[in-house]
Write a protein that binds this ligand. Sequence first.
Ligand code: ADP
Ligand code: MG
Length: 165
Amino acid sequence: MNKKDFINKIVITNNFKETQELGHDFAKVLDKGDIVCLYGDLGSGKTTFVQGLAEGLGIKQRIISPTFIIIRQYDLKSSAFAKASVGKQNSKFFYHVDLYRVGSERDLEGLGIGEIINNKNNIVVIEWAEKLKSFLSAKRIDIEFFYKKNNTRKITFRPRRSVRV
Ligand code: ADP
Ligand code: MG
């Protein structure tokens, strides 16, 4: 699989493990500098997906929901990701950003999100990315999460969010 295979892909998962596995597979097509934006209601599976994604990058720490801490940083330097190919060397950090608690763009000031996004040696995944508004990187991969019922989720990959945010 490569990145193109995920564009406009729609996946129905029937339990949290399947969503983690999807995140794991998706991590394998990521490049250094990629920005991944996740959209969807609470409980739709965003953090679950990030757990699999981080594991797919070779990050050993457990990903927990950073609801109170907006940004969590994980080392990519020594990860399997950085060792996978020449193009992935010099990778620095994987950032898991959760903007759920962010009320206004003002709350974003001082977090250094702009620098994190613009550093081509990072990989950044952002939950509730619609709150970034003007900060939002034009070049990004958008993934929409939809709670269907109980353990069923619909996950849609887009090259870029079709709706203006
Ligand atoms: P979000 O980050 O979008 O708020 P979470 O990933 O934190 O959502 O929570 C999703 C919850 O739903 C978890 O408790 C997870 O175990 C559960 N769940 C049940 N089925 C699924 C599924 N198919 N995909 C993802 N999570 C699921
Ligand atoms: Mg979450």
